[in-house]
Structure formats: structure tokens, C-alpha cells
Design a binder for this molecule. Structure first.
Ligand SMILES: C[S@@+](CC[C@H](N)C(=O)[O-])C[C@H]1O[C@@H](n2cnc3c(N)ncnc32)[C@H](O)[C@@H]1O
Length: 430
């Protein structure tokens, strides 16, 4: 169904090799690496990141790490799976993190150490002949790492003893120094060691390709990160501001103990679902941030975090809008959207196929393309942005055959809305 190809100006991208139906799951993939965010780690399983408070009996269910006692698991099955998985909280990672001096490091810096410790453990296992670890090292090495335009989040608070200097080199050297010390303390072999340049490159790969796994909404409504996931294939899906796929994860999907799940970690696979029909040859695209973000924020984030300038049809069109057009967009957007829905069948806007390169289309083809139709932008946002207040999630159709008719589901809050309800809301808002 999918193939990976070079896309001019974007590196690699993922393309449909056949027509994909709206709602179809285009990719389901377990993580290459999954690790907790330091600040929230106590609330989640250190193997599968399930929220302890999502378990039926969370107090009884939390199993502490038998060695360091500093992290917990949602079941003994997850504790055993972590011990057996070199990329998780295995003996090497446990020992390395326990031996590492983290005094004065920021949350992001300690989270970066979680990632680097796992990379060291995988390298050591690979050098000892573990083929699966070698494959994971190769997959991590294959991730894109565009040149940094701004510091990695781990660099944004200077390490102790570094004064106000928070430059990339100083922070990476600080993390690298502490890690090297810990590697020596636990007697790790030379294969586990990273040079400062390798550590810096790994952090860039992590920043470019890591998916933040969100915690459930807190009572104050704030959504915090519970951890980071790296995926081999999902990391190849490029960004567009009117995407055609949305990411769904199910970390807290079942409150059943892991022992009754198909296998520990079954809740960690990511799923990408088509928002609408996607013709063969079209590139799959996701939005790297919430769809309603304004142009300036989207552009800034693309530049600063991912090192590219977004020139998608939505950005091109919105760049031509005056301040009054932005202000009027709310009400007029509704009318435009209705006009678009009536004029087309929704598909022409929904598929926005005019805005994509034909297979093999290069920069010349892209340059000939104009901005997206404003009415189509309005319709797209009304149809696919979750209407729940403060959610900003993306609605995607349920997979064909899910037996729920024409229902759309939010990838953040799980809210459902049918096509008919959407049409009724559009009419009512007129
Ligand atoms: C998660 S990776 C996506 C896969 C990547 N293209 C590759 O070759 O591995 C993110 C990086 O892809 C590139 N990218 C993603 N979307 C892009 C876009 N719309 N325009 C230009 N570059 C893009 C940027 O270099 C970005 O840092």
C-alpha cells in the first residue's frame, strides 16, 4: 500500500501505491524506542507508558523496578518485558541511569539521558552480536537529522557549571561527560560509548523524529507529555498543513492487566488513518502540530524545530491574507465552507489533490501550483478539527468495517461525530 521515495526539497516521503479509502489504517507500527519524560515518569509504566491511573487497581498494580526501585511498571509482565528489551529499562539502562549524576539537569536534559542511555545499551548489545539490537541501531542511524536552527530542548537550560552558556556544544559535552562517567562506573565496554559528535547527532535525530506521547488531560485541562516514541516508518511521513493522514495512539486503551493483553507493549503501536480517500501515487502527509494553529506559528515551528520552510498550498494562500481577512475568517469561513460543500461534493476540497505533486513531480511542478482555495481551507478545518473546546485534535473517519457508519473520531479526546451531524452543524451555523 505504501512506498518510500525521495521528494524534492523534503528528503524521503511515504506514498500510496494504491487508492486508500478514507478511514483506512495506512500504517500500524510498534516503536523503535519508547522512553518516559522525566518530569511525569512516576505516573506511567516505564515499559509501555500506560498511565497508572488508567489501571483498574492502580495502587496494587504498580510494580517497582526490582533493581533501582526508581521506576515502576503497570504489571509484572511489563517489568519482565523491560528487563528483556535492550531498548527499554533493561539492566544496562537501569544501571547506567542509576550511576549517572543528574544533579542540576533540567527535565529535558534528564529525558535526553534516558534516550542516550538506551542508545548506548543498544550499541553494546549490537556489538555483542544481538541482531535485533543491531537492526534498531541501524534504523536510528537512518533517521533524518537536518542541521539545527535552534538548540535541542535539552539545551535550553544550561547545565551546572556552564554559566549562562547554553550552546549546543557545551550542553552536549556536559551530558556526554556524565554519561561517559556512568558508563565507566558500570564497567560498560567501549562499544557502548558515544563520541560527543555522535551524541549531538543522536539528539538531533530524536528532536526531528520523536513523537511526543501526550498524557491524559490533567484536571486543570493542561496536557503534558508522558514520553517520546521513535518509529522507523512513521518518522518518514512529511508535514503538510492540510494533511491527509492523522496519528492515533492507544497507550491507555485497555485497563486490563498486561498479562491479559496480546503481549506487553501491545498498547504502544501507533496508527495512521486516512482522513479521506487518497489516490494512488499521492504522498501521505501529517500535520506536525494542531491544525488550527495560525500561519506565523506554523511557519516558526517548521523553521525552528524541523529546519524547513513550509510552502504548502495552505501556507501559500494564508500568506496572502490581510489582517481583516484573518479576522473575518471565523464567520465567513462557515459560509465559504458551505459554498465549497455545495459546489463540490466535498471531495475536491477534502482531497485537495490539486495541491500535490504528481508522482515524480518536482519543484517545477510544485512552483506551478498556487495556494489552496480559501473555501476549501475553511471546510477542511471545520470538518477535521475536533469541535471539543480546547482539544485541537484531528477527526478521522473510523476504519471501514468498524461498524459505526459514517463516524469520525478525534485522535486526542476520542470524541465522535457523524458526517450527518457535521452537515447539521454547518447548516445551523449559517
Ligand atoms: C520526521 S522527518 C520526515 C522524513 C524526512 N523527510 C526523511 O527523509 O527522513 C522530518 C523532516 O523532513 C523534512 N520535511 C518534512 N516535511 C517537510 C515539508 N513540508 N517541506 C520540506 N521538508 C519537510 C524536514 O527536513 C524535517 O526536519
Amino acid at each position: 500500500m505504501l512506498e518510500v521515495r525521495e521528494v524534492p526539497g523534503k528528503g524521503r516521503g511515504v506514498f500510496a501505491t494504491r487508492t486508500i479509502t478514507g478511514g483506512e489504517v495506512v500504517l500500524r507500527e510498534p516503536p523503535l524506542l519508547l522512553y518516559p519524560q522525566q518530569s511525569t515518569a512516576a505516573a506511567f509504566c516505564s515499559f509501555c507508558l500506560r498511565a497508572f491511573n488508567s489501571l483498574e487497581d492502580s495502587a496494587a498494580a504498580v510494580v517497582p523496578c526490582g533493581t533501582c526501585g526508581r521506576v515502576g511498571f503497570c504489571s509484572s509482565a511489563c517489568a519482565a518485558a523491560a528487563a528483556a528489551d535492550v531498548g527499554s529499562h533493561c539492566a544496562a539502562v537501569c544501571g547506567l541511569l542509576a550511576a549517572c549524576n543528574t544533579a542540576g539537569l533540567s527535565d529535558e536534559q534528564q529525558t535526553a539521558l534516558q534516550f542516550l542511555a538506551r542508545c548506548c545499551a543498544l550499541r553494546q548489545a549490537a556489538a555483542a552480536g544481538d541482531a535485533a539490537a543491531a537492526a534498531r541501531c541501524a534504523a536510528i542511524a537512518g533517521l533524518a537529522a537536518p542541521p539545527p536552527l535552534v538548540p535541542h530542548p535539552a539545551e535550553q537550560q544550561s547545565a551546572p557549571g556552564t554559566g549562562s552558556n547554553s550552546s549546543t556544544d557545551v550542553v552536549v559535552r556536559e551530558l556526554h561527560g556524565r554519561l561517559s562517567h556512568a558508563l565507566a562506573a558500570i564497567g560498560a565496554g567501549p562499544a557502548a560509548a558515544l563520541s560527543p559528535a555522535e551524541a549531538a547527532e543522536l539528539l538531533r535525530k530524536e528532536a526531528t523524529n520523536g513523537y511526543g506521547v501526550m498524557a491524559p488531560s490533567a484536571p486543570d485541562g493542561e496536557r503534558r507529555i508522558r514520553g517520546t516514541a521513535l518509529y522507523a516508518q512513521a518518522s518518514l511521513i512529511n508535514h503538510e498543513c492540510l494533511p491527509n493522514v492523522a496519528r492515533f495512539d492507544r497507550f491507555d486503551a485497555s485497563s486490563a492487566p498486561a498479562s491479559s493483553a496480546p503481549h506487553p507493549g501491545a498498547n504502544t503501536a501507533v496508527e495512521f488513518r486516512a482522513l479521506h480517500d487518497i489516490p494512488a501515487g499521492e504522498e501521505l502527509t501529517q500535520s506536525y502540530f494542531p491544525l488550527p494553529w495560525p500561519l506565523a506559528d506554523r511557519q516558526q515551528r517548521c523553521q525552528e524545530d524541523y529546519g524547513f520552510q513550509c510552502t504548502c498550498p495552505r501556507c501559500k494562500e494564508e500568506a496572502t491574507w490581510s489582517d481583516s481577512e484573518w479576522e473575518a475568517d471565523g464567520d465567513a469561513g462557515m459560509e465559504d465552507a458551505l459554498a465549497a460543500e455545495g459546489a463540490a461534493d466535498g471531495a475536491a476540497c477534502g482531497h485537495h489533490s490539486h495541491q500535490h505533486d504528481a508522482p515524480g513531480g518536482g519543484p517545477a511542478a510544485a512552483e506551478q501550483e498556487g495556494g489552496a482555495d480559501p473555501a476549501c481551507i475553511s471546510l477542511f478545518l471545520l470538518k477535521y478539527v475536533c469541535p471539543a473546546e480546547g482539544c485541537y485534535g484531528t477527526l478521522a473517519p473510523l476504519p471501514p468495517g468498524a461498524g459505526a457508519g459514517d463516524q469520525y473520531e478525534c485522535n486526542m479526546c476520542g470524541r465522535r461525530r457523524s458526517e450527518a451531524e457535521f452537515m447539521a452543524e454547518l447548516e445551523a451555523a449559517q
